[in-house]
Write a protein that binds this ligand. Structure first.
Ligand code: NDP
Length: 252
């Protein structure tokens, strides 16, 4: 089978798999952090776990860029910059800044995250730098790209801010507390909301099926987890703010 055929089969399969994952995660919450439980095998400390499962994404995406002839036209560089901005932070800065008390990550969870990161970086990187017709520089001034960039930037800022609030809470002492401030006034998981916004922005900016698959996968992972976090907060804290939603202010 040649690579184009493989890519053409993988992409729709990736959408289907996202649907399966979303349904599965509604019933079985991924067992790390506050939802950790016995029976999921050995675990690694959070810092190492996050680095090992996330680092392949920026490396493989950069390798796809190089394999695609290392294009230096402006749209190609913009896509490279956005993806690497997010993933170099997630793979190296985020883990190193995690509070020492952050819960370990089971190898089983790491394995599933690795499969996602490798498949996703391949789909994004090979589409943008190999299979797709390169976007002209004028694309960077188009409405979809600019709207996508805005959404990506806003999502990145929300994600960073919310993860910072949680990190400071965790550093403040043992155990979990009710996060306050910023978008936590409206939702339990603004970090997940920001992450979903980022990849919806990416889908718009790249205007590609591969980009849409990334946004769908992110939602498939994080909507069920946000619902689980929200239920957990309500069970743990009788005083939990009633008006706070799980993920989307006033809606969900
Ligand atoms: P969580 O919000 O569950 O936890 C983030 C960190 O904050 C953990 O160290 C956690 O500790 C700590 N923490 C969370 N809530 C509290 C609290 N109430 N009191 C004290 N400490 C708290 O996020 P995840 O670990 O699931 O995700 C981390 C990042 O990775 C997020 O930015 C998320 O968007 C991203 N991510 C992206 C995915 C994707 O599909 N693209 C999938 C999963 C995550 P502990 O670990 O001990 O619970």
């Amino acid at each position: 089978m040649d690579e184009r055929t493989f890519f053409g089969l993988l992409l729709p399969a990736w959408f289907v798999l996202a649907g399966v994952v979303a349904v599965a995660l509604l019933f079985v919450t991924a067992p790390y952090g506050r939802h950790a439980r016995a029976g999921w095998g050995p675990a690694l400390p959070a810092r190492i776990g996050w680095m090992v499962m996330e680092a392949p994404a920026p490396l493989l995406f950069a390798a796809c860029w190089a394999a695609g002839g290392a294009p230096v036209d402006q749209p190609a560089l913009a896509y490279l910059a956005l993806f690497e901005l997010h993933y170099l932070h997630r793979a190296f800065v985020f883990p190193l800044r995690l509070a020492p008390g952050a819960g370990p990550v089971p190898l089983s969870v790491m394995g599933m995250a690795l499969v996602f990161n490798l498949g996703n970086a391949y789909l994004q990187g090979r589409w943008l730098f190999h299979f797709a017709t390169p976007d002209p520089p004028a694309w960077l001034a188009s409405a979809p790209f600019l709207a996508g960039l805005l959404l990506f930037g806003a999502g990145f800022a929300i994600n960073l801010h919310a993860d910072g609030v949680l990190r400071r809470l965790r550093r403040g002492g043992e155990g979990y507390r009710i996060p306050q401030g910023g978008l936590f006034r409206r939702v339990s998981c603004p970090n997940y909301l920001g992450e979903i916004m980022e990849w919806c922005g990416w889908a718009l900016a790249t205007f590609s099926w591969a980009g849409l698959a990334f946004a769908v996968w992110t939602a498939a992972n994080l909507v069920p987890r946000a619902l689980a976090h929200h239920r957990w907060y309500r069970e743990q804290f009788p005083e939990y703010p009633q008006e706070r939603k799980a993920l989307v202010p006033w809606v969900l």
